[in-house]
Design a protein around this ligand. Structure first.
Ligand code: NAP
Length: 311
């Protein structure tokens, strides 16, 4: 049997249509959803991510402003810019692209963004709300994973009642995904296992997963023998590897090895029920979920303004 390929690009297209309708409704009521995106330095991957986010915002009708700061920009300058964004009613969302230069404290930056405009969900208030099962906004990559599972419209892919194994425990992906999927609600209700570099016998755990989420940033390290027959495999990992034959001299690969075969001559595509490709899987969905949060933040802040509660 060959697995279903879960294309983030296709699922994104449907969600973006829906978001564009909500943006039109907001615009007709006098609110133009806006996002402020700040990038510090000239890391090529960050530049490409921000370009993609800016382009997707425009497609949906969200106004985005990209501010590019030099690598040696002092922390206080960045914090002042965030402070202005917090006060400016034109911006419903504020995003500071990671990674930041080492002289800038990422925690202070996260704490400075107004939680109502925190479309990346790094503010401790939003992290806490997620953990308590009462999220205001949902972190983009974990939300991307959830929507890929739900929107395939196949109950066998839904997290409810499944054993979900996440490899990776970062604050960006692994931990918030575990917090999201363990909640007692219809869309989650999974049994979670979180693995990391201290996990002994990783393949023992991955081979028990009904749904395996790989978020290590360790290219092609998940092999066919490490997965269960009919598992759903979601590959969050993205690593740039040099490839002189590719445009730009590099290409993107995920954490899952689609080339190797196990003792029964099976590849991941032979064994899994479904998997996400890299590129074209979780990546485009993550960008779409950022727009989802921006639209939701705009709707919420509009309501707050109507009720006389300021953002
Ligand atoms: P990270 O902060 O470096 O975290 C990686 C996690 O994986 C850590 O918890 C680490 O364990 C664990 N890990 C690494 N190698 C391992 C191994 N061999 N066995 C078991 N665990 C291992 O990375 P991240 O920010 O979460 O990102 C992970 C990957 O996802 C990266 O490739 C990143 O580019 C990608 N990503 C993609 C998207 C998207 O939209 N597609 C979004 C975000 C991130 P320790 O905690 O013990 O170190």
């Amino acid at each position: 049997m060959s697995a279903t390929v879960l294309l983030g690009t296709e699922i994104s297209a449907r969600i973006k249509q829906d978001l564009a309708t909500r943006v039109n409704a907001l615009r007709s009521e006098g609110t133009v959803p806006g996002i402020l995106m700040i990038r510090v330095g000239d890391d090529p991957a960050s530049m490409s991510y921000v370009r993609q986010k800016d382009k997707t915002a425009a497609e949906i009708g969200i106004v985005s402003k990209v501010v590019e700061l030099a690598y040696d920009t002092p922390e206080r300058t960045l914090l002042a810019l965030i402070g202005h964004g917090n006060e400016d009613p034109l911006y419903h969302g504020i995003l500071v692209q990671l990674p930041l230069p080492s002289h800038i404290n990422q925690k202070i930056v996260a704490n400075t963004i107004n939680p109502l405009k925190d479309v990346d969900c790094f503010h401790p208030q939003n992290v806490g709300r997620l953990l308590m099962g009462d999220p205001y906004l949902i972190p983009c990559t974990p939300h991307a994973v959830l929507q890929i599972l739900l929107q395939a419209n196949k109950p066998s892919y839904w997290p409810e009642g499944k054993h979900v194994v996440v490899v990776g425990r970062s604050n960006l992906v692994g931990k918030p995904l575990a917090a999201l999927l363990v909640q007692k609600n219809l869309y989650a209700n999974a049994t979670m296992t979180v693995c990391h570099s201290g996990t002994r016998n990783l393949s023992h755990h991955t081979a028990q997963a009904d749904i395996l989420v790989c978020a290590m940033g360790s290219p092609r390290s998940i092999k066919p023998f490490m997965i269960k027959e009919d598992a759903v495999v979601i590959d969050v990992g993205v690593t740039r590897i040099e490839d002189p034959s590719a445009k730009g001299g590099y290409r993107l690969v995920g954490d899952v090895d689609h080339e190797s075969i196990d003792d029964d001559f099976a590849t991941i595509a032979d064994k899994a029920a479904a998997y996400t490709p890299v590129p074209g899987g979780v990546g485009p969905m993550t960008v779409t979920m950022l727009m989802w949060n921006t639209v939701k933040a705009a709707e919420f802040q509009r309501l707050g303004a109507q009720l006389g509660v300021s953002a």
